[in-house]
Design a protein around this ligand. Structure first.
Ligand code: NI
Length: 395
């Protein structure tokens, strides 16, 4: 079966590349993926799949029932682009000003469609049900994943007892095209935004002793003190990062401003620690401010959860990668401190989010990001193989 899937992946490859270039040329921002969804749905209908559109507005779910009995599996690809002006110089570069597929979601979408093309040709060999989930709105909070789940993409239907496992992939710069990166357990970080506003008393720079508090000085103390949360409170086996990337104290050389503001990101691989840290951030900021006669307002904007891969499903994916791309191209992935709303799917069902080698060193979310299109051959073929193999193993 592996050879049959590989040769079918080669057959559909030109079509997948073509679709990817079309999507790349017409990127759409989070929540308005109307054209993308229409293109995807049209192609899925041509394959004779059962297609449901309009899930959380632009989400699409296609269902393929294999001829053999088996479990129900959900494969997910995200569809949205970013507010970035493309600078790749590709002949199929974005025609939508200021919008770009700089996170490879065009690759995820076309690979998932490619997997559907491959499996639709071998329906007689497919065990169980495969759901192809095209998700909108990944790049912006609150994300599209949780709404697609609320709208029932994992639920039981006539002929299916509901989704047993979920799989998704993301292109990874720094990995050669054709390779797959896997990691069991904790994989991607939760991602929350931290805002602290310090209120002091503004006045002449020469008279700090006559003011109740110097907000700039207090903000700098809070900035330092916040790092003690990571170094003194975080368990040593939980990777966690707190970065203050913005400090605004808009006085002058001779003016003490009345307020100062800190903005940053907090990321963690563990949900218990994550919410404990939110309380500590609040405590350290407000009490440090109080110690210096100021007050601090703390606002933590809760983002996507930490993403944890199921150990069993991940070992199935790794075994499948060893057979499909070979040991040289199967990589043990490191922690990845990006946020990803596939985490919501993994809170509901066991599964794995794995990396697809992008064949470029240009970073995600940069204007120069351009994948090696060989990635699409593996992106579609390996996902199809994985779905077939999971069904055959679990039947
Ligand atoms: Ni992404």
């Amino acid at each position: 079966m592996i050879d049959l899937i590989k040769s079918t992946a080669d057959d559909v490859y030109p079509d997948v590349v073509d679709l990817r270039r079309t999507l790349h040329r017409h990127p759409e921002l989070s929540g308005v993926e109307h054209e993308t969804a229409r293109r995807v749905a049209d192609r899925l209908e041509d394959l004779g799949l059962d297609v449901r559109t309009g899930i959380h507005e632009t989400g699409v779910l296609a269902t393929l029932n294999g001829s053999k009995s088996g479990p129900t599996l959900l494969l997910r690809g995200d569809m949205d682009a970013l507010p970035i002006e493309e600078e790749t110089g590709l002949d199929f570069a974005s025609e939508n000003e200021g919008v770009m597929h700089a996170c490879g979601h065009d690759v995820h979408t076309s690979s998932l469609l490619g997997a559907a093309m491959i499996l639709a040709r071998h329906r007689e060999a497919v065990h169980g049900q495969v759901r192809f989930c095209f998700q909108p709105h990944e790049e912006r909070l609150p994300g599209g994943a949780r709404f697609m789940i609320e709208e029932g993409v994992l639920d039981a239907t006539d002929g299916s007892s509901g989704v047993e496992a979920v799989l998704g992939q993301h292109v990874k710069p720094g990995l050669p095209a054709g390779s797959i990166g896997v990691r069991p357990g904790d994989f991607m970080a939760s991602s929350d935004e931290v805002y602290v506003t310090v209120h002091g008393e503004g006045g002449h720079s020469a008279k700090p002793h006559e003011l109740s508090a110097d907000a700039t000085y207090v903000a700098s103390q809070i900035l330092s003190a916040l790092q003690s949360i990571i170094s003194r409170q975080c368990p040593p086996d939980v990777p966690s990062i707190l970065t203050i990337g913005r400090l605004i104290a808009d006085g002058a050389a001779n003016v003490i401003p009345s307020t100062a503001r800190l903005e940053g990101t907090f990321r963690a691989m563990d949900e218990d620690w994550r919410f404990r840290a939110h309380d500590l951030i609040e405590r350290v900021a407000t009490h440090t401010a109080e110690a210096h006669g100021a007050t601090a307002e703390v606002d933590v904007k809760v983002g996507y959860p930490a993403l944890r891969n199921d150990e069993t499903v991940t070992s199935i994916v790794k075994d499948a990668a060893l057979d499909y791309v070979g040991p040289d191209r199967t990589v043990d992935a490191d922690y990845w401190f990006a946020g990803e709303d596939f985490a919501y799917f993994l809170q509901e069902r066991p599964g794995t989010f794995y990396q697809l080698g992008a064949g470029t060193d240009r970073g995600l979310h940069t204007p120069e990001f351009a994948v090696d299109e060989e990635a699409l051959r593996t992106g579609a073929g390996f996902m199809a193989y994985l779905a077939w193999r999971y069904g055959a193993d679990q039947k």
